[in-house]
Design a binder for this molecule. Structure first.
Ligand SMILES: *Cc1c(COP(=O)(O)O)cnc(C)c1O
Length: 378
């Protein structure tokens, strides 16, 4: 069935459960076929109304902070993994209570927290994030292998005498990439850290695997996983964020005004900077249902948000009809890195969060109001 977006609040994020399940099945199949474990990286998608469903297919969550770890424990309650560039002493007691795997970013952090981990009442597996100094990421904002990177330990700084108590290695050097980039990365990881991997129980390949994108080579990924498992006798973890909810969500918006300034401009009730910040940060151009590139269709508009930021521009799009106040525009691929990054800059309201399935239609899960703006300030 086609979603009737006129039934959704505006603005709202609407996540299509059918598409989410489609992605989850692909990831589950990878687990079944290779024996690897796939975790949801909550950084990309933390719509916890779906955590019971996601937990049905995946093995748990990857977290970047105490709060993400806690959300994963509370709402999914499968394996909880955490990695942070540095842990704060005051969070660590709680992290110990809820985490199954704790990944450290440096040997100084490992030395600082090691005794607390050992003394914890529950058995926690610890890992070290390594930096293989090899990545094919071209945007420096997303390149953890750039010079002077703060992400992970390089071979030169790796301390083979401090491995007692460490159960695994972790790397994360991919971003929206295919499995050939993983294959090349693994060569670097093996060359630099293979010797130490032999003494470990697991390796975590991080995220950035675009597994559910059309054209992704899953067979090659499976070969990589099986080869490492066999050669080093380790478990393999993957923690994709994007791939879990890629192309599963929409942002529904409404045209508030249309005017001219050298070209046609439309102001929407949704903002790039508040509701889809990666459009400016990444940056990228989201697709809009039934719209084309500028000039492709008869009527081209520059679409912008209702904030006072001059650069709050989503992009230029063309339509087969002139836009009118009240028209609905629906942005695609808005499940990932959207809700988790939005904000109330300028006092702009947060979009509602909704889900769609064929039985219930559009189900509004949460709406936000003035309190959500006010309670974050004082
Ligand atoms: C961002 C991140 C992920 C998820 O990355 P995606 O690109 O969303 O798949 C996984 N692990 C770590 C350590 C990360 O920083």
């Amino acid at each position: 069935m086609i979603i009737d977006f006129s039934a959704a609040p505006s603005p709202s994020y609407v996540v299509d459960e059918r598409l989410l399940v489609k992605n989850l099945k692909i990831l589950k199949q990878l687990q079944d076929r290779t024996g690897c474990k796939v975790l949801l990286a909550q950084k990309a998608f933390s719509m916890y109304a779906f955590y019971p469903l996601i937990g049905h297919y995946l093995s748990g969550v990857a977290s970047s902070s105490l709060y993400e770890a806690r959300l994963g424990r509370e709402e999914m309650d499968k394996e909880v993994h955490i990695y942070s560039p540095a842990y704060d002493e005051k969070d660590f007691v709680d992290i110990l209570k809820i985490s199954d795997h704790i990944v450290f970013n440096s040997f100084s952090q490992w030395a600082r927290f090691k005794d607390q981990v050992k003394a914890a009442p529950r058995r926690i597996q610890c890992g070290m994030r390594v930096n293989p100094e090899y990545s094919e990421v071209e945007t420096s904002l997303y390149d953890p292998c750039a010079p002077f990177s703060r992400m992970g330990v390089t071979k030169a700084n790796f301390d083979p005498d401090a491995l007692d108590g460490l159960d695994g290695l972790h790397f994360h050097t991919l971003c929206e990439q295919n499995s050939d980039a993983l294959e090349h990365t693994l060569e670097a990881v093996e060359r630099k850290f293979g010797k130490y991997l032999k003494t470990m129980k697991w390796i975590n390949f991080g995220g950035g695997h675009h597994i559910t994108r059309a054209g992704y080579d899953i067979d090659r990924l499976a070969r990589c996983i099986l080869a490492i498992k066999e050669k080093y006798d380790v478990e393999v973890y993957l923690e994709p964020g994007e791939a879990v909810a890629l192309n599963t969500g929409y942002l529904v918006s409404t045209v508030l005004d249309v005017f001219e300034n050298g070209m046609k401009i439309a102001i929407l009730n949704t903002s790039a900077t508040c509701h889809m910040p990666d459009v400016l940060e990444m940056p990228y151009r989201p697709e809009i249902i039934d719209a084309g590139k500028p000039g492709e269709q008869a009527h081209t508009y520059r679409l912008g948000g209702p904030t006072c930021l001059a650069g709050d521009v989503i992009g230029d799009y063309s339509f087969d009809h002139p836009l009118q106040v009240g028209d609905r525009l629906v942005f695609c691929d808005m499940a990932i890195y959207s809700m988790v990054k939005n904000n109330t800059f300028n006092g702009i309201a947060l979009p509602a969060i909704a889900a769609y399935n064929d039985e219930d239609g559009i189900r509004v899960i949460k709406q936000f109001g003035y309190e959500n703006f006010k309670t974050r300030l004082s």
